[in-house]
Design a protein around this ligand. Sequence first.
Ligand code: T5A
Length: 231
Amino acid sequence: MATSKASTEATNKKSGRAYPGTFLTLEGPEGAGKTTQVKLLSSKLEALGIPHLITRDPGGTPLGKQIRRILLAPGGSVSPMAELLLYQADRAQHVHELIMPALMEGKLVICDRYTDSTIAYQGFGRGIDMKIIAELNNISTQGLKPELTILFDLESEKGLGRLHPGGHDRLEREAIEFHHKVRNGYLSLVQEEPKRFAVIDATKALSAVQEDLRRIILERFSDRYQLASLL
Ligand code: T5A
């Protein structure tokens, strides 16, 4: 969808955003079901003709796919700081190459994991200084923040129990204490920014979770896109 400079400026004036699109992120601990849900949502958005981009962090770009392989390969030695910087390198490329251009075209951009994952996993999980993480998140994203973040919440044991036995990646293989810190980290982010976050109970059945996801998107963005038939 091409957007003229004049119409972009008009949209920006009205909304206060630096782009005409909409940026939404999905977060959650392991096995929360984000990937499954976003696939179901994507086919509905397609059917409704809503201009959108579904992408994921890490691995949304060709460079990101290479970084993702390094990050998730089981067994390899990756120091906490190297891990943090690799996630940020992936994100810098992702925002530059894919996310920002799609937002400039007016699309609804839905990103499976983003900066909150770094706060939850490298900050709460690994214990890296939150100030360093905040600064790097800001640099890699050029300050781009999601308008809405949907947290798919469930207990760590339940999420890990859903994953394919034997197929676990490097992060999934971390001790259960690490996963508890990640989940609790997410919950404290919700407390800090209740307006940006919406929380879905990810233990519900697939169809009920999908309904919750669609309702939240409909309530928040029906003034921008033709979402009336989303539910
Ligand atoms: N990470 C990421 C960081 O440490 N720092 C960062 O900055 C970033 C961006 C990424 C890893 O990197 C970490 C976090 C991760 O550890 P990933 O593969 O992209 O790796 O990880 P996930 O986002 O966790 O992706 P997954 O696909 O593994 O998990 P999902 O999306 O939460 O779950 P999904 O949809 O694959 O479902 C898992 C299983 O559960 C079933 C599904 O059928 C599937 O088998 N399921 C349900 N079962 C019952 N009821 C439901 N409601 C169900 N929903 C799904």
